[in-house]
Design a protein around this ligand. Structure first.
Ligand code: GLA
Length: 398
């Protein structure tokens, strides 16, 4: 069974764009194994757009670019499999991919067969150049069924950017994950926009079909293909990664694993955070409180924002995430640039003082247990940063 938990892996697009080849894939595969990513759950290595030639062959098959992949894709898949990983590839529901390569519209069954014959385990399926008169749901369903027809277990990663409220039907057409927004870029505003646009559409995300907030930019520091605007700080990357974990969204690293800084590598492999993302119940975070209604956007940020997404408003956000086994996370996010106190009234999190219960709270980053807290908890959070506590309910009255 695949995609029981949010899928995890690495994807070539964010850093490398069209500059991909066999050597890069092999190097990344080796690092994923040697440096502990696979062991932590990052099992898919996904080759995004630009792997093919611009024309199909005489039989109508997609052809891997021989300059980039001189031994073909089966050879690449074998290498990745031998390393212990799974391999993903990319196509598109339109006439051409987003970068202008041949795509699977009206070729769904033959392309799915070809991918299966190479040993592909994961298909990212994009939405560019989609014919105006075609039906989006039918086309995603067609590729889903084409993948099923191969008899091979291939994870279907549908990427239609949230069109036609994709969160409300992607599970029914067989997708295992679905991109719900436009592309992420490597700046603060971009990932905050993506999170805010989806926080109210997460209830249908869960085992076997997850809302996908897009590949992470953590650790990229504006090196690569999605560098737009001001690079993120380390704190902002911490916000991005923890928000993705709170949502329980697929985790696909976009950074160059050959050069990522050790601190951010450790964060991407942080056991406590990955446990939150991979929690068995996959419940979305509950917004306990938001204060301040206006999210100021500078002119520069406005230019680099991906699209005018709906915002949840508020710059001091408190979330409760209910985990399995009677555990919880309380998470605080400060969207201001300066330090602020954020308060969580436990009554708003379903634990009024009169209940006789409090929370035993452990800081997820430091591992420090701050004891049993009741009624409310307050913490000071630096600008563009977050604090997360793993909590257990404790009876406080005699
Ligand atoms: C779209 C997708 C991206 C990436 C590119 C490739 O923009 O949303 O994630 O796959 O296409 O061209």
């Amino acid at each position: 069974m695949i995609a029981k938990r949010p899928p995890m892996g690495w994807n070539s697009w964010n850093t490398f764009g069209k500059d991909i080849n066999e050597t890069l894939v092999f190097e990344i595969a080796d690092i994923m194994v040697k440096e502990g990513y696979l062991e932590k759950g990052y099992e898919y290595l996904v080759i995004d757009d630009c792997w093919a030639l611009k024309e199909r062959d005489a039989e109508g098959n997609l052809v891997p670019d021989p300059e980039k992949f001189p031994h073909g894709m089966k050879y690449v898949a074998d290498y990745v499999h031998n390393a212990g990983l799974k391999i993903g590839i990319y196509s598109c529901a339109g006439i051409l991919t987003c970068a202008g390569y041949p795509s699977s519209y009206d070729h769904e069954y033959e392309d799915a067969r070809l991918f299966a014959s190479w040993g592909i385990d994961f298909l990212k399926y994009d939405f560019c150049n989609f014919p105006q008169n075609a039906d989006c749901k039918t086309r995603y369903l067609t590729m889903s069924m084409a993948l099923k027809a191969t008899g091979r277990e291939i994870l279907f990663s549908a990427c239609n950017w949230g069109r036609e409220e994709s969160w409300s039907w992607m599970r029914s057409i067989g997708a295992h994950m679905y991109r719900s927004t436009g592309d992420i870029f490597d700046n603060y505003r971009s990932f905050i926009n993506i999170f805010q646009s989806q926080v109210e559409h997460l209830c249908q995300s869960g085992p076997y079909c997850f809302n996908d907030l897009d590949m992470l930019t953590v650790g990229m520091y504006n090196q690569g293909n999605v560098a737009v605007g001001k690079p993120c700080t380390e704190n902002e990357y911490r916000m991005q990664f923890t928000l993705w974990c709170l949502v329980g969204t697929p985790l696909f690293i976009g950074a160059d694993l050959r050069s990522i800084c050790p601190k951010l590598k450790d964060m991407l492999q942080n056991k406590a955070l990955l446990e939150i993302d991979q929690d068995e119940e996959s419940r979305p975070p509950y917004l306990v409180s938001k204060r301040s209604v206006h999210v100021p956007v500078s002119d520069e940020e406005r230019k680099t924002a991906i699209e005018p997404l709906k915002r949840i408003g508020g710059q001091l956000l408190t979330f409760l995430k209910i985990l399995s086994d009677f555990e919880f996370v309380i998470a605080y996010y400060n969207l201001h640039t300066d330090e602020h106190e954020i308060l969580c009234s436990f009554a708003d999190a379903g634990i009024p003082l009169a209940s006789g219960y409090g929370l035993s709270m452990t800081d997820v980053f430091t591992g420090e247990n701050i004891g049993v807290v009741n009624d409310y908890h307050k913490v000071s959070v630096t600008g563009h940063d977050c604090r997360l506590y793993r909590c257990k309910m404790v009876k406080i009255d005699a």
